[in-house]
Design a protein around this ligand. Structure first.
Ligand code: GCU
Length: 334
């Protein structure tokens, strides 16, 4: 037992105690007032358009259920990193989370395909796939790991950003220590492009940039801004190497405990929030770009061809996997 606690971070123990206390409190409320509350934890700040999408889901669920089924949101990594919230979901401490598809690829391997550089041609191609058979297959693939996919949110395209060195081609990535998400695919993507990939949790990155632990990172514009990384990094390079979507998931235990009516409320609320979130995304990107220009951030628009060519082995390696090959081929044919 002592050993078990040693293996868990102090923060995680605190999270579990916190959620446990909340759960006890709310369960007693639930039995009195016939309300169910779904705990929803995620790592992004409340100014982020993905958080606003989750709030839209919360409001719509409240309205549809007349308050009988509610969502309580814990934003900003309050309950831990994405890996930790996925684990909290698996052990049933929280009901829902929103993570990057990258983070899910550590648990449900089909999600690996979302981290293939330049697989999706543009936003239309991405959503055509996510809102069709491929998306259905991905969302369902988590169920055997107790992680039922609910919907995808727009997370734009990810590009590199650096503190001191402008990057115009993959050659300029050589020797740069760049933070990537904590999964094998993200590490492979950045290393194949020539960088020195440094995986770490999103919440640790600001300090890591400030203290020169890394020379830069990669992310979409709203995350670059809402995390304040733009205060430390002067160059944003629009190489747009991946379009990794965000995914809302619910623990299968919680899903199975809902009755048919509650499941429909939740599904409808999620669908409605997807449309709203796309709108919030566009508005935020426009506002953020304006602000970054005013702050003097240098935007670099490199020729993407050498990035596409250099990163191709990432897809070639996954094509050798008989489970992933048909999904990649379907996306390429779409
Ligand atoms: C995006 C994504 C987050 C993820 C973050 C990261 O912002 O929306 O879910 O945590 O990237 O790079 O870790």
């Amino acid at each position: 037992m002592k050993h078990f606690f040693k293996l868990m971070s102090f923060r995680k123990i605190l999270s579990i105690i916190f959620v446990g206390t909340w759960l006890l409190f709310n369960l007693s409320c639930a039995s009195n007032s016939d309300e169910k509350i779904l705990f929803f934890a995620h790592s992004l700040p409340t100014s982020h358009p993905v958080h606003k999408g989750i709030v839209a889901m919360q409001e719509s669920l409240n309205e549809k259920s007349g308050g009988k089924l509610q969502i309580k949101i814990f934003p900003d990594g309050q309950l831990g990193s994405e890996r930790e919230t996925i684990e909290l979901l698996q052990i049933g401490s929280i009901a829902m989370t929103k993570v990057s598809a990258s983070a899910l690829s550590n648990f449900a391997p089909e999600y690996k395909i979302t981290v293939i550089p330049y697989l999706f041609r543009d936003s239309d191609h991405l959503f055509k796939n996510l809102e069709g058979e491929v998306g259905e297959q991905l969302l369902a693939s988590g169920t055997e790991y107790l992680l039922r996919g609910v919907c995808f949110y727009d997370a734009g395209a990810r590009s590199f950003y650096t503190k001191d060195a402008p990057v115009n081609s993959p050659d300029d990535l050589d020797g740069l220590k760049l933070r990537v998400q904590n999964d094998q695919m993200s590490v492979d993507m950045a290393n194949t492009l020539g960088a020195s990939a440094t995986p770490m949790a999103f919440g640790e990155l600001y300090t890591a940039l400030q203290q020169n632990v890394v020379d830069g990172a990669e992310n979409n514009i709203p995350s670059f801004v809402s995390s304040n990384h733009f205060e430390v990094c002067k160059y944003y390079i629009f190489d747009e190497h991946t379009m990794v979507p965000d995914v809302v998931i619910i623990g299968t235990k919680f899903w199975d405990s809902l009755n048919e009516e509650e499941k429909v409320w939740l599904e409808e609320a999620a669908d409605e929030s997807v449309a709203k979130q796309k709108q919030y995304w566009k508005e935020t990107v426009d506002e953020n770009m304006k602000m970054l220009k005013e702050k003097g951030i240098e935007f670099i628009y490199p020729d993407k061809t050498p990035f596409v060519e250099k990163s191709r082995p990432v897809m070639e390696r996954l094509l050798e996997d008989p489970q992933l090959r048909p999904i990649i081929e379907k996306i390429n044919a779409n």
